[in-house]
Design a protein around this ligand. Structure first.
Ligand code: GLC
Ligand code: CA
Length: 558
């Protein structure tokens, strides 16, 4: 059996990502936890989502907030116990919510027992579980490779007289996928979770499993600290795809799991290699684009053009993850919309976009409330290792510290990691203690409780949006066709399935725009809109800033 969208339920998924550390603290230690997640199961059910992607909850020393795993079959103490996880699983099952566990298998923590053994000598049984290399002939690291989080990607281990490789922090040594025993450990661990009832995995940083033979220098220009990034350069090699196919054939396929690969693409077309069902790899992919690149290159026109390109690449065969937010990105309303003057309509427009394009919509916690970025006033307030490294690199480049801080304020992953804003009580109801990361002070205005009371809120808009997916199969199964509007910020596209056609129209800008005559056909019915518009839609009139509407077209137009 293949994991492919031919399994009908995959087309119906609406996935909600929980970053447990920031979701709900239940015991006052300032850190979100699994019992905290359980407090909000009704909230999630009411939202209408039917799958949860749970960011890592495994045992971890938290060098990278759980993306450094020291026990794959244990729960992080701060988050609770395995019994808490089982209670979460049972609650999900009872409510028809599928569970996607985040799985980090490019690397483990340096505190994982495998690594402790591997580093202890050159001839222990787990010696090959990680990637070890002798020093360069002149001494020092074997090559010029940079870690994503700064400095060399190699760290010296005196007990072996060798270096180990870490694409991410030095507390995240890369696993050696070339070692059959290591692969078998990973596969049986995946099996164990599937056996415990998970429906699938979001597989972290998965494009780098195979490292090039002989470990040549990266051809990319050096960063300010002298090392050259290499991860994108090695991404997506044949060997890496072979390893992913092994996971599929050994675990994902036989168990019918849904899988979401977090991939690095050097060309957009490469996504096909990961998600074409014939290749037996993943169900869908989440392409990783560094925030600095996304901030510099995105545009409304590009968002829809990219969707059109994906449709041309995969058509009805393949499948996509649709998202604007996750724990590695700034908040979507701040990045793509307007977090000030047009906060509410722009947050709604972004929701409408994601839920009406082909593929599975992914929501990141707080997006459904229009949560915004938070600019910390000092670099010390940041927790994100990537932000700290970027700040260092900027200073090395000679950037003025105030300017460097402004860059971090825009880019940092901590923007997405500030605690959930549940209500207007102290710390937004997230904790009774001191939160591990500062709560955004706008919680008195932006919070779930007040939006639950307001039928015109962003939260209610998302509930309606998710409900529409169930009523209109054109959203989950329809063809996609872009409609020309003559403007780069006025976007329109149709989704058609059987005899039904839906039309999305988005004024993706803070300026009003005139709606061209005929773009919305006679008799079109507005299903959901980012503004209330009294009166009809026919003829020519002006769309307000970030006005966005989903229409059902009359049968004759379909
Ligand atoms: C992925 C995760 C990110 C983490 C990195 C290393 O990109 O989404 O949060 O830092 O992998 O595991
Ligand atoms: Ca806690």
């Amino acid at each position: 059996m293949q994991t492919s969208p031919q399994q009908d339920w995959i087309r119906d998924l609406v996935v909600y990502q929980i970053y447990p550390r920031s979701f709900q603290d239940s015991n006052g230690d300032g850190i979100g936890d699994l019992p905290g997640v359980l407090q909000h199961m009704d909230y999630l059910e009411q939202l209408g989502i039917n799958a949860i992607w749970l960011s890592p909850v495994y045992r971890s020393p938290n060098d990278d907030n759980g993306y450094d795993i020291s026990g794959y079959q244990e729960i992080m103490e701060e988050f609770g116990t395995m019994a808490d996880w089982e209670a979460f699983r049972d609650q999900c099952k009872a409510r028809g919510i599928r569970i996607l566990m985040d799985l980090v298998v490019n690397h483990s923590s340096d505190e994982h027992p495998w690594f402790e053994e591997s580093r202890s000598s050159r001839d222990n049984p787990k010696s090959d579980y990680y990637i070890w290399h002798d020093p360069a002939p002149a001494g020092g690291p074997p090559n010029n490779w940079a870690s994503v989080f700064g400095g060399s990607a190699w760290e010296f281990e005196p007990r072996r007289g060798q270096y180990y490789l870490h694409i991410f922090s030095k507390k995240q040594p890369d696993l050696n996928w070339d070692c059959p025993a290591l692969r078998e450990e990973i596969f049986s661990m995946m099996d164990w979770w599937a056996e415990k009832g998970v429906d699938g995995f979001r597989v972290d940083a998965i494009s780098y499993l195979e490292k090039p033979q002989g470990f040549p220098d990266s051809p990319l220009p050096p960063q300010p600290d002298g090392y050259s990034l290499f991860n994108n350069w090695v991404a997506g090699s044949e060997g890496t795809h072979r390893y992913i196919r092994m996971m599929h054939d050994r675990v994902f396929g036989p168990r019918g799991l849904v899988t979401v690969g977090e991939v690095s693409l050097n060309r957009p077309e490469e996504v096909v290699d990961y998600v074409d069902p014939d290749r037996r790899e993943f169900t869908m992919a989440i392409p990783f684009v560094p925030p600095v690149v996304e901030i510099a290159t995105w545009s409304p026109e590009k968002l829809v053009a990219d969707a059109a390109r994906d449709w041309a690449l995969l058509g009805e065969r393949g499948w996509w993850a649709r998202f604007l937010s996750n724990h590695d990105k700034p908040r979507q309303v701040s990045l793509y919309g307007s977090d000030k003057a047009f906060w509410e309509p722009s947050a709604k427009l972004l929701g409408l976009l994601i839920h009406t394009l082909p593929g599975t919509p992914f929501l990141y916690q707080g997006e459904e409330l229009g949560m915004t970025n938070l600019a910390f006033s000092s670099i010390d307030q940041y927790n994100d290792p990537e932000a700290k490294n970027r700040y260092r690199q900027l200073l090395l480049e000679g950037t003025d510290p105030a300017e460097a801080l402004r860059t971090i304020q825009l880019e940092s992953r901590d923007n997405a990691r500030t605690p959930m804003q549940w209500d207007d009580s102290p710390n937004a109801g997230f904790t009774t203690g001191t939160p591990w990361l500062q709560v955004n002070p706008n919680y008195t205005r932006i919070n779930a409780a007040s939006q639950e009371r307001d039928p015109a809120s962003i939260l209610h808009f998302y509930q309606a949006l998710i409900a529409l997916r169930k009523e209109h199969p054109a959203l989950s199964r329809g063809d996609f066709a872009q409609v020309a509007t003559g403007s780069p910020t006025l976007l329109a596209y149709r989704r058609t399935h059987a005899r039904e056609t839906l039309l999305t129209v988005l004024n993706f800008s803070p300026q009003p725009v005139e709606l061209p005559q005929g773009l919305v056909p006679q008799g079109a019915q507005a299903l959901l809109s980012s503004y209330n518009r009294e009166g009809g839609w026919q003829g020519t009139f002006t769309l307000r800033p970030y006005e966005a509407t989903l229409f059902l077209l009359p049968a004759a137009q379909a």
